[in-house]
Design a binder for this molecule. Structure first.
Ligand code: GUN
Length: 301
């Protein structure tokens, strides 16, 4: 069965729109998100546009800041400091990659952890690894896939949990293989799956006999950016296959890390590219913005 992130994302955004309109009643204003783009990387421009459109749909106030590619790191730091101090800004996102003369790690650290809607700040990343959810009342739902860890969880791993919840499959005790060990996807996702009682393996470019490792997985997640790395021989019959990769091919088409046509025969659930993980990532950015807003509002009271 094809797991359409696009359809699930639309449902969640509609529910969020209603939640946000009631938050406006409660707190007197809408949550707000500032999105900074430095330069005009074409892929970043598309991503930023999608984020602004989703915010508009949900009723989140967005502030788009487009800076020239010549912006110095110091200027960017100043912009972030102003947004940190701005009471009316709840979330700050700096679209990556940045031009080479800007140090991404320093820029991520410049964002207040409370406003870091990407969950990339070391305070947020570390909190995920140190803590189990503060509230672990029930299984994940597609709308709220992660119980409150008291920090911001990166959008893509959170979106993947939401997709897994949509399958209705109980994750407890399942073997999960995460291919890819990035700070943005592979590592946080592995921790989230561990917290949901999965037995987790992280595979990567040095893994010996990748197909044998993957073949063990009840849940297989590919997040490396290598087109069609996951072939049918990597997939166990009845597995859930989630494809995070998205690569532009020489003919202009988009390809995931999974050979979709071959693997869909064996998988119980599989995500397409595009229309799988991507729309869920953007939706969870909206969810993170709302969570940052609520935490800030509750702190003020
Ligand atoms: N560039 C590609 N994906 C992302 C993301 O999730 N957040 C940010 N800030 N930049 C990105």
């Amino acid at each position: 069965m094809i797991l359409s992130g696009k359809d699930i994302a639309i449902n969640i955004r509609q529910a969020m729109r209603e939640e946000i309109s009631s938050l406006v009643q409660t707190y007197g204003r809408a949550p707000s998100l500032a999105v900074i783009q430095v330069g005009d990387n074409p892929a970043s421009t598309i991503y930023v546009r999608n984020k602004i459109k989703a915010a508009e749909f949900c009723g989140i106030r967005s502030v788009q800041i487009a800076l020239p590619v010549t912006t110095t790191e110091k200027e960017l730091q100043k912009r972030i400091a102003a947004l940190n101090a701005d009471e009316l800004i709840d979330g700050i996102l700096v679209q990556l990659p940045l031009p080479e003369h800007c140090n991404e790690e320093r820029i991520i650290r410049a964002i207040l952890p409370e406003k870091d809607v990407d969950g990339f700040h070391p305070v947020n990343a570390a909190a995920l690894w140190l803590h189990r959810p503060l509230v672990m009342r029930h299984e994940a739902t597609i709308y709220s896939p992660v119980q409150d860890y008291g920090c911001t969880i990166a959008c893509t791993p959170k979106g993947i949990l939401s997709l897994l919840a949509a399958t209705g499959v109980n994750l407890d005790g399942k073997r999960a293989v995460v291919v890819g060990r990035s700070d943005i996807v592979g590592k946080p996702l592995a921790k989230l799956l561990l917290d949901r009682q999965c037995t987790v393996t992280i595979a990567h470019s040095h893994t010996i006999d990748l197909p044998a490792v993957c073949k063990d997985a009840d849940i297989l997640i590919a997040a490396v950016g290598k087109p069609k790395l996951i072939t049918a021989e990597c997939v166990k019959e009845g597995a859930i296959v989630i494809d995070v990769g998205i690569s532009r091919m020489p003919d202009g088409t988009l390809s995931g890390d999974v050979d979709f046509e071959a693997c869909k025969q064996k998988a119980a659930f599989i995500t397409p590219v595009p229309g799988g993980v991507g729309p869920m990532t953007v939706t969870m950015l909206m969810q993170n913005t709302v969570e940052c807003f609520i935490r800030r509002m509750q702190k003020e009271q």
